[in-house]
Write a protein that binds this ligand. Structure first.
Ligand code: HEM
Length: 497
């Protein structure tokens, strides 16, 4: 066959395959919730602003209601909006909605051999183990609270040395919170200047940034194709390799000095578990799982908390009247001593402020995609096992029926008429159901202790007037990435030297 005939045959086969796939997609679409018409190859990508996927989904939510379907290429994804819908699905049918859908940007490296992209019994087991270990069962003598206080102390020292000059706090905040999770994982913190640590922070930030950019969306939609195309997404796998190499070195060190009766950190706990489980011929714990799972906890535990804290200080600069009230409460309740986590019980305004930051900043707007573990009916729709769902957390955090004037930042959303802290179930920044973030306790403790320790020590100032401070995120996708900004941390009189 000559070249011309061969090309014609290949083209006909390609067009036939595409038509067959498109026809199947059209038939499938009839059974799924409404949504824009998908096109061959691109699906409904033409309806999505790749630089602000959340905004596009919120617009589609206005058109199609609480449950609608979009297509990532040929893959249908059902978007869940509003508190009522999230409750009916992730919470009321928690087991059915507990699957994790394929998320190329991470799964392609870990193969689901860890807690974030894992599924089934292995995921359940790893999740249980990770949560138990993070909750301090058997992990040395130092509590997590102590580790956080120590790390916040190092940050204060570093900021004091800046002598009130303007800085972009992003890097320092991320280094500091990453050190908290590293101290839990590795038993030791890093010096901020440590080259290995700086590389780790760089990899974490770059990965989140890529996943929250147009490249991330396109990679997740066409992973097979994008593997051959140059672009920032190519760095994702390199970054993960660098992170697991760093963990590998730590694991080797831990093995040399492991004392099964005295685990010092998460890695020790995992190594001991591997030993025990090997005797039972368990398939859930092995060396690769240790590397992948440790990486997952470091990745998930750094950017989310770091970005939240960046928003904390940005919003305090933007709303000096709110800052004033937080300062007052810190001075009244804590004074000059080191803040404790239990102080929050006497600090309703600070608690309300932190909750409002979590709602408003909405740092993980799309959670991560879920997958049905069995056929399930929701309202009038019968969904098949394996259907992909995207919980649009933003639609809950900005829901008019759940929060007062949600587009405005206002800690009163979490205060009752007597000024007492008021919980609101529609704050789901950690998501909901069986996949709810397992790092909640660590995250809320970190945020409270960092906020109180930093404001106890510093008056914050900006050279930009509040009305000109921009709070618009610079990346929207996996995360809402806060903008860069400058802030001066001026030592407060009376604060500890
Ligand atoms: C403000 C801080 C944080 C926020 C807003 C946050 C939010 C989230 C969200 C929205 C999810 C997706 C849940 C879903 O699939 O529906 C998640 C998952 C996860 N988070 Fe967090 N997180 C935070 C801090 C942390 C910390 C400190 C850790 C580590 C200890 C952590 C570890 C994880 C892990 C391992 C998962 C995957 C859980 C699974 O698939 O079973 N997160 N988080």
């Amino acid at each position: 066959m000559d070249f011309y005939s061969l090309s014609t045959v290949l083209l006909v086969i390609l067009i036939t395959c595409l038509l067959a796939k498109y026809t199947r997609m059209k038939l499938e679409k009839a059974k799924l919730p409404p949504g824009p018409t998908p096109l061959p190859i691109i699906g409904t990508l033409y309806k999505i602003n790749l630089n602000n996927v959340v905004h596009s989904l919120m617009e589609l939510h206005k058109t199609y209601g609480d449950i609608f379907t979009i297509y990532e290429g040929h893959r249908p994804c059902v978007v869940l909006c509003g508190y009522k819908t999230i409750k009916e699905t992730l919470i009321d049918k928690a087991e059915e909605f507990s699957g994790r859908a394929y998320y190329a940007g991470y799964h392609d490296y870990t193969k689901g051999d860890e807690i974030i992209c894992g599924n089934g019994e292995k995921w359940k087991e790893l999740r249980r183990f990770s949560q138990m270990t993070l909750a301090n069962f058997g992990m040395g003598k130092r509590s997590i609270e102590e580790r956080i206080k120590e790390e916040a102390g190092y940050l204060i020292e570093l900021l004091r040395n800046k002598k009130g000059s303007p800085i972009d706090p992003k890097h320092q905040l991320h280094c500091s919170v990453s050190n908290v999770i590293c101290s839990v994982m590795f038993g030791k913190r890093f010096e901020y200047q440590d080259e290995e640590f700086q590389n780790l922070i760089h990899c974490l930030q770059e990965s989140f940034k890529t996943m929250s950019s147009a490249w991330g969306i396109i990679y997740n939609t066409y992973p097979g194709f994008m593997k051959y195309i140059p672009g920032p997404h190519k760095k994702l796998m390199k970054n993960y390799t660098l992170i697991t190499d760093l963990i590998q070195k730590r694991v080797e060190n831990n093995i040399k000095s492991l004392d099964s009766n005295n685990p010092r950190d998460f890695i020790d706990c995992f190594l001991i578990k591997i030993e025990k489980e090997e005797k039972k011929n368990s398939i859930y714990y092995n060396h690769t799982t240790l590397l992948m799972n440790t990486m997952s906890l470091i990745i998930a535990g750094t950017e989310t908390v770091g970005n939240t804290l960046c928003y904390v200080f940005l919003l305090l600069l933007k709303h000096p009247n709110v800052a004033e009230k937080v300062y007052q409460e810190i001075d009244n309740v804590i004074g000059c001593r080191t803040p404790n986590y239990e102080d929050r019980l006497k600090m309703p305004y600070t608690e309300a402020f932190i909750h409002e930051v979590q709602r408003f900043a909405d740092v993980a707007p799309l959670a991560l995609p879920h997958e049905l573990t069995k056929d399930t009916q929701i309202r009038n729709y019968k969904f098949r096992e394996g259907t992909v769902f995207i919980p649009l957390l933003t639609s809950v955090h900005y829901e008019e029926t759940q929060f007062n004037n949600p587009k405005h930042f206002n800690p009163n959303n979490f205060l009752d008429e007597n000024g007492k802290f008021k919980k609101n179930n529609a704050l789901i920044s950690f998501s909901a159901g069986k996949r709810i973030c397992p790092g909640i306790s660590l995250a809320v403790m970190e945020i409270f202790l960092y906020v109180t320790t930093m404001l106890q020590n510093f008056t914050i100032k900006s050279h930009v007037s509040p009305e000109h401070i921009s709070i618009a995120p610079v990346g929207v996708g996996l995360a809402h990435i806060p903008p860069n900004y400058e802030i001066c941390f001026l030592p407060r009189s009376g604060s500890k030297e």
